[in-house]
Design a protein around this ligand. Sequence first.
Ligand SMILES: *Cc1c(COP(=O)(O)O)cnc(C)c1O
Length: 448
Amino acid sequence: METTKFTLSEEEMPTSWYNVQADLPQPLPPLLHPGTHEPTILPPPLFASELIKQEFSTERFIEIPEELQQILRMWRPTPLYRAHRLEKALDTPARIFYKYEGVSPAGSHKLNTSVVQAYYARQDGIKRLATETGAGQWGSALAIGCSFIGLECKVYMVRVSYNQKPYRRILMETFGATCVPSPSTDTQAGRDILSENPDSPGSLGIAISEAVEDAMHRDDTYYSLGSVLNHVLMHQTVVGLEVKTQMEKAGVYPDIIAGCIGGGSNFAGVILPFIPDKLKGKRIQIIAVEPEACPTLTKGPDMYDFGDVARLTPLIKMFTLGHTFVPPPVHAGGLRYHGLAPIICHLNRLGLIEARAEHQVAVFQSAVQFARTEGIVPAPEPAHAVKVVIDEALKCKESGEAKTILLALSGHGYFDLASYEAYLTGKLIDYEYPREKVEEALSKVPKV
Ligand SMILES: *Cc1c(COP(=O)(O)O)cnc(C)c1O
């Protein structure tokens, strides 16, 4: 009988994070101060000192503190599966593997960094973290991370999601976090917006402004970000380091890796540990998958832009659709970011990865096929990568090549069943690339 599930022993678990900055053939472009356009760092009163150090470190491996290793082992190693039943259904000679992060208590990879950020905040004597969340994936991961480390957690949740998607809010509250609909009356930014528009549905940009203001005005509070930043991507490399060992033990090596990109953290977690091999000449095709409605890497220009609508971040060199761009309401809420992690942008610039954009109806069709064969309902975000994996497996069927394909399955979709219902009842629609809205947003990007 062939093996379906690959795991690791305690001794085989990674004890350090991998920092790709040590191996980049050219260093990352610097962050720029929005006023002076001079190189700058992350604003220190907002982030833990250790995280700021990690953000700019060029050390290849950074040791994971013992207490964190212990906590990570509550759900790690996560399983690597061989998708025998999907392969059979597709009648493909390809070998499909998937690394599944849905087994974490948060149901996604996001807990791999939230718990780390809480840990380093506590090390600085901080008592509380503030953050924003859209549909609630990051907010619930930070709530769980803070509860493990013993910090308070305040989450500003975009009001429409707060009202329409109660389950992740309830999860946050179950883990002891305080979750308020944004705009809220708890901050000046929120009060200003409510006085102009008491019925404001909120937006991620408004919620970020509120969380940052909260952290700036309190000595006991830091701000926390769930993706994009270098240190966040590095925390996720435990995923790829595990995969490398799991595949090595199984005697296989990927020809293709596919993962979805919102801010880029789950994709980075899986692929970054493979970058040194690729730089040494190993042939491996690395595909980043994004929605056709928010095609940052396939259609966005490579330029300096703000990370957020409120223009609070330094200027970041990245592929961007413009910081004022509001993407159509695709169901993969986690993929609706206008920009992308600088590290992933840099790998694209250097030709080490490639990008593909997909429409959501075809994405859900693939996700349902995956669920019916493998028994896991993928979150709408990684469902984008499922689509590409199935396409590649079908290409193998035509060519007769038995490629080894690795899918980054970043989380489950059990809180996203309303999206599946929309698909199953034929109500899901595709959005064309909103060219005019992107052009308008790009005209507001500062000239550097
Ligand atoms: C948030 C989220 C994403 C998108 O964020 P990245 O930083 O690009 O990984 C993808 N998948 C799941 C399950 C998520 O919760």
